[in-house]
Every structure is written in structure tokens, then in C-alpha cells.
Design a protein around this ligand. Structure first.
Ligand code: MLT
Length: 226
């Protein structure tokens, strides 16, 4: 069965979980791995990320949509197009904690965004129990994550839960990805903080042939590679 969890609280156990945070965490991680970073070390808190500073590590993170003070980079995917080190340590408000949490519900955890839609669809095709985990915003549904989940459901075959059908309907409602992304509150926050170019960056579909997946998890940290 193909299921969608619109928030982290809705997640049920599955063989494979795909975490989706279109604006912007999973788009940023996909972009970083595509650019050549060896791995992205996703942390469940900013404090933990701060404690993982190290040689060759680029410290990146976001709080209230803005870069974390003292970190090297924020959470804008475009800033990861050219590697500045061997690996990234990342902490964001919703995305990175959701990735860590998803490892408790599924044996295999992959990361999806619009950027790598085709690659992820190919990777999960044929898996029995797949749950698409929308990262959401502060425990609530995010339109762009529901849209991204729906675009992925539309590419997959097999039985759907009601939530998967609902996500597919949301995706079908919008003509263009930019329309869906721009309609939500996260895009409004990015516009208000002068980061609207990130919305366009994340709205591009299937431009990166990369499937980020969690290689191991320990102490609130998920190690993600391609
Ligand atoms: C998050 O993880 O909360 C989001 O990616 C927020 C953001 O757009 O930076």
C-alpha cells in the first residue's frame, strides 16, 4: 500500500519511508549531494549540529527561515550547488528532525523533493509498504509537501490509502509546480525574507538524478548519502 503522512504525527510503520520537505530541506540535501558533497549529516536540533563542527564540514542550518547565526550556510538550495567542503552538517526546523524521526518507522528512509521526483519514483517502485512523510511546518500540513507527495503518488502504481488519494488530488489541482508552491505559507515567509528565488529553485521537477537515503542513524543524527 502507498500511504501519505501529511504530518509527522500521521506516520505509520512501513518498509520504505520517503521524507518530503519541498521548501526547503530535502531540496537542499538533494542539491548538496548532486553537487558532490559526500554526505549530509542531518541533526534533530541546531545545538546538536553546532556540536558536530569539524574539519571539512560545512555547517548549515535554518531557524525561522533564516540562516543560523555562526553557521557557514543557511538552507537555500542554490548555496549548495558548489561544494565548499567534503560534507554538510544540517539542522532545520522541520525537515532534519523529521528525517531523524522517520528512521524509527521504516527500515529504509529516502528523501524526496520535486528536484529528484523521477529518481525517487524509480527507487521505490515495487516496494510493498511505502509511506511518503510530509515534513510539514511546525506539526501542520504544508501545501507544497502535500503537492510533492501527490506528484510522487501519481508516478507510482499500486493500492493507495485515502491520504495518498487526497495528495494525488491536491497535485492534480495545480497546473504548474510554482502555482502550488507559491500558494502556501512557507513560500510567503520566503518572499517576506527576500528568498523567493529558492521557491523557483525548488519548483523544478526531476532535474537531479539523485536519491538521498539514510545510511545510518545515531543519537539524533541521520547520515544521508546518495
Ligand atoms: C524546515 O526544515 O523547517 C524547512 O526546510 C524550513 C526552510 O525553508 O528553511
Amino acid at each position: 500500500v502507498l500511504d501519505v503522512a501529511f504530518t509527522r504525527a500521521d506516520v505509520r510503520p512501513a518498509d520504505v519511508a520517503v521524507v518530503i520537505d519541498v521548501l526547503r530541506a530535502t531540496s537542499t540535501i538533494t542539491q548538496a549531494l548532486a553537487a558532490g558533497y559526500r554526505q549530509v549529516i542531518c541533526c534533530d536540533s541546531i545545538e546538536r549540529a553546532g556540536s558536530m563542527r569539524g574539519n571539512g564540514r560545512v555547517l548549515a542550518g535554518e531557524k525561522d527561515f533564516m540562516p543560523v547565526e555562526g553557521f557557514d550556510l543557511g538552507n537555500s538550495p542554490g548555496a549548495f550547488a558548489e561544494p565548499r567542503g567534503a560534507e554538510v552538517v544540517l539542522a532545520t526546523t522541520n525537515g532534519s528532525p523529521t528525517i531523524v524521526a522517520a528512521t524509527e518507522c521504516a527500515d529504509e528512509v529516502l528523501l524526496g523533493s520535486l528536484l529528484n521526483l523521477d529518481a525517487v519514483a524509480e527507487a521505490v517502485a515495487g516496494a510493498c509498504e511505502v509511506t511518503l512523510v510530509c515534513s510539514g511546518t511546525d506539526g501542520r500540513l504544508s501545501l507544497e509537501d502535500a503537492y510533492g507527495a501527490g506528484r510522487l503518488v501519481a508516478r507510482l502504481e499500486g493500492e493507495r490509502s485515502d491520504a495518498a488519494l487526497a495528495a494525488e488530488c491536491i497535485a492534480a489541482y495545480y497546473g504548474e509546480p510554482m502555482e502550488a508552491l507559491n500558494a502556501g505559507v512557507d513560500a510567503a515567509a520566503l518572499r517576506e525574507t527576500g528568498q523567493e528565488e529558492d521557491i523557483a529553485w525548488c519548483a523544478r521537477e526531476s532535474v537531479l538524478d539523485v536519491v538521498p537515503w539514510v545510511t545510518r542513524v545515531e543519537d539524533g543524527v541521520a547520515y544521508v548519502a546518495r
